[in-house]
Design a protein around this ligand. Structure first.
Ligand SMILES: C[S@@+](CC[C@H](N)C(=O)[O-])C[C@H]1O[C@@H](n2cnc3c(N)ncnc32)[C@H](O)[C@@H]1O
Length: 280
């Protein structure tokens, strides 16, 4: 047997250990990124083989916590990809404003910046009081930061530039208070957001949403898991609801492409126009 095949078998053992011992399933994460992260964790712990990692993971819960943090890339920004938010303002918001109430889900929200950006956008469209925003992630540390809504001032300066590029109409500093190099998002924004744990691999439908955002998350999954999660989103969206993906992700050639129409191809905004047909 070739070394690469042996290594693949060993990595499968690591995945199986994590699944059975801790209930997290990384079996359908893209192999390249999984391999890269496991490799870093193995060598950082001074282990020669992945089978040694199995032993350590099984008995050392702190090592598993380290792995979990490594598996969860929480890189994010407010108004990340400003052109996307400009498109949202133009295409989705005018329709949304005709609704009495809307539920919005940010799946894989990391430390919360995307959800706060949406709250700002809704506020500027006089819709925030009629909206409920849900931010979910499987990284509990990230959710703690999201809940506090406190970010470093230097990052906030960058977010302000994104906001302006996204067509922001106010002075961005109106949305946070600033003390000792840290900025806290204003309460009227946070009050409309609920942050909670949800694992896209193992948890179920998050119901009756008008908009779902899942940006820069599906890239870490293999094709099979992407399809499974996209079905979960379709089932969690109301008819006519919008699905927003990141600029590296697309619905083309996926299991749900036929039940969505493209609203903005460049900015990956889609509208649900049908339901998944299931065998009876
Ligand atoms: C790169 S961040 C994206 C943050 C934000 N959506 C954005 O585009 O700026 C990816 C997030 O996906 C989360 N994630 C990865 N796998 C997940 C899973 N199975 N269930 C829930 N969240 C997951 C990670 O914890 C991380 O916070």
């Amino acid at each position: 047997m070739r070394n690469s095949e042996l290594e693949k078998m060993e990595i499968d053992l690591v995945i199986d250990c994590i699944r059975r011992r801790y209930g997290y399933d990384f079996g359908n994460y893209s192999f390249a990124s999984l391999h890269r992260r496991f490799e870093q964790l193995r060598s950082a712990a001074g282990l020669n083989r992945y089978t040694e990692m199995v032993d350590k993971l099984f008995h050392d819960e702190d090592y598993f916590e380290l792995l979990l943090r490594q598996m969860s890339i929480v890189v994010t920004e407010m108004f990340r990809d400003p052109a996307f938010y400009a498109a949202l303002r133009e295409t989705v918001l005018p329709l949304l404003k005709t609704y009495p109430f809307a539920k919005i889900w940010h799946a894989g929200c990391a430390t919360g910046q995307e959800a706060y950006s949406m709250a700002v956008l809704l506020h500027e469209n006089d819709f925030l009081a009629r909206a409920r925003i849900y931010g979910t992630d499987f990284n509990k540390n990230a959710l703690d930061i999201a809940q506090k809504g406190v970010y470093p001032a230097d990052a906030m300066a960058r977010y302000g530039e994104n906001y302006a590029k996204a067509g922001g109409i106010a002075d961005f500093s109106e949305y946070f208070s600033d003390a000792y190099g840290l900025c806290k998002m204003k309460d009227f924004l946070g009050e409309r957001i609920t942050f909670s744990y949800h694992n896209l691999v193992t948890d179920g439908v998050f119901g009756e949403m008008n908009i779902i955002f899942c940006r820069n998350v599906l890239i870490y999954f293999d094709r099979e898991l992407q399809d499974r999660v996209l079905r979960l989103f379709s089932d969690s969206l109301r008819h006519g609801g919008f699905l927003c993906l990141g600029n590296k992700e697309t619905l083309n050639f996926t299991a749900v492409e036929d039940i969505f129409e493209t609203v903005d191809a460049k900015n990956r905004i889609y509208k649900k126009i049908g339901d998944i047909r299931r065998a009876t």
